[in-house]
Design a protein around this ligand. Structure first.
Ligand code: CTP
Length: 402
């Protein structure tokens, strides 16, 4: 059984291991940043001055989580009851060329911190000495609500950091410091976004969609002129993009809102450039098609027409339309969801056979007619379905049209 551990318990376990093994261990990055911001974070990054994998194996004896070892990167992760703990060996990184994946060399905590993106992510907790390491005034920046890089080449070496700056700025309501802002503009105008692989770009966009303030983040992305670099002429939508849905896939829903105004050409562009999972492209096509049919929906629309318009539409597509369109469409969609979408027949082919008709294609015609009558509200319960079924069966027996 996995063990539930509190922050304090984890720290005392780490301390004990450090003492026993004489290995130095630090909690770094987002967990420390969020601790000072009073934000819950269940992802803990631990940096070891030494062999991270060996340390992870010892730690997991205490925690009894699920240990995964990544030999190639000399890292490990432990999924515990209430945490995901990533353990890495302290390293420094350098980039052979802009936007390349970094070349990694093992080092000490000082170098490990220096390679990191923003000062608010450059804080570390020295477990053994019970002390916060703050070489770059990260605490001051947290207090002043500022996103700041310490390295002028930061965005050129790793342009994903441009997206990360926007994400943190939107998430915490932090300002991007003036010099950092200039460096972002230089990197964008210098064409460095395009040096990133398309997979890394779209991954950052999906991370935006997970945030509570997606609208602010996308807005600032647009104001930095990044949109053109990554989506060409596609017009992005941010209206209602922070909204949530009760069921279903929230990321897919927000993805559909982001591209709510897309046209066929836009979908083609996304398809060609990004390796999007099929469900995203299919939902986008479904959205476009359904939107094109909305003009036929009126206040006094027939239930069967409404049912047929929406019956095969994904929930997330429906919800995206529901929140974006005018009150008439909203009313119709709510009517569909609340009254039509769950309709099921309680009669079936056996009932038709019991009524004395030999199996054949007419079965599905009869069942469809009963279903339509139910959708139209003409019949409501099993008895009424059965009566209508018998009526149709008798007509067929007499050779009458149904
Ligand atoms: N990091 C970095 N540059 C990147 C990605 C990550 O310097 N391009 C560093 C940062 O120090 C960051 C740490 O690696 O704190 C872990 O990265 P990640 O898990 O992506 O971020 P978190 O800090 O955990 O923040 P989030 O809440 O966004 O996950």
């Amino acid at each position: 059984m996995k063990v539930y551990i509190s922050n304090m318990e984890l720290i005392s376990i780490l301390k004990e291991i450090c003492r026993k093994t004489n290995i130095k261990c630090y909690i770094v990055g987002g967990f420390i940043r969020d601790f000072f911001l009073g934000v819950k974070n269940y992802d803990i990054d631990i940096t070891i001055e030494g062999n991270g994998i060996e340390f992870a194996k010892i730690l997991n004896k205490y925690i009894n989580g699920t240990l995964k070892v990544y030999d190639k990167f000399k890292t490990a992760s432990i999924t515990a009851e209430n945490y995901i703990i990533d353990i890495a060996s302290a390293r420094c990184e350098y980039y052979k060329y802009p936007a390349a994946l970094p070349v990694v060399k093992f080092s000490d905590i000082k170098e490990d911190i220096a390679r990191r993106d923003f000062t608010i992510n450059m804080l570390a907790y020295d477990v053994l000495n019970d002390a916060i390491i703050d070489y770059y005034n990260g605490l001051k920046d947290l207090q002043n609500k500022v996103i700041r890089v310490i390295n002028d080449k930061s965005f050129i070496d790793d342009p994903t950091r441009i997206f990360r700056a926007l994400r943190y700025s939107g998430r915490y309501g932090f300002k991007i410091d003036d010099k950092t802002d200039i460096l972002i503009k230089k990197a964008v105008n210098g064409g460095f976004i395009k040096k990133l692989s398309n997979d890394r770009i779209i991954n950052e966009i999906f991370l935006f969609l997970k945030e509570n303030k997606t609208d602010l983040i996308i807005e600032s992305m647009i104001s930095y002129g990044i949109q053109k670099e990554i989506f060409d002429n596609i017009k992005l939508n941010i209206k209602k993009i922070n909204s949530t849905i009760n069921n279903g896939d929230i990321i897919l829903y927000r993805f559909l809102l982001l591209f709510y105004n897309i046209d066929d050409k836009g979908i083609e562009y996304l398809l060609n450039r990004y390796n999007l999972r099929r469900k995203y492209i299919e939902a986008l096509k479904e959205l476009l098609l359904t939107k094109n049919n909305l003009c036929f929906l009126k206040d006094n629309c027939d239930n069967i027409y409404i049912y047929n318009t929406f019956k095969n539409i994904k929930y997330e597509v429906l919800m995206a339309i529901n929140i974006s369109e005018d009150v008439t469409i909203k009313k119709i969609i709510n009517h569909y969801i609340n009254h039509l979408s769950h309709i099921k027949l309680t009669v079936n082919g056996n009932d038709i056979r019991n009524a004395g008709l030999n199996p054949g294609p007419v079965y599905s015609i009869i069942l469809q007619k009963i279903f339509n009558a139910k959708v139209q509200g003409k019949i409501k319960n099993h008895d009424e379905e059965l009566n209508l079924l018998k009526l149709y069966v008798n007509k067929v027996k007499k050779g009458e049209l149904i």
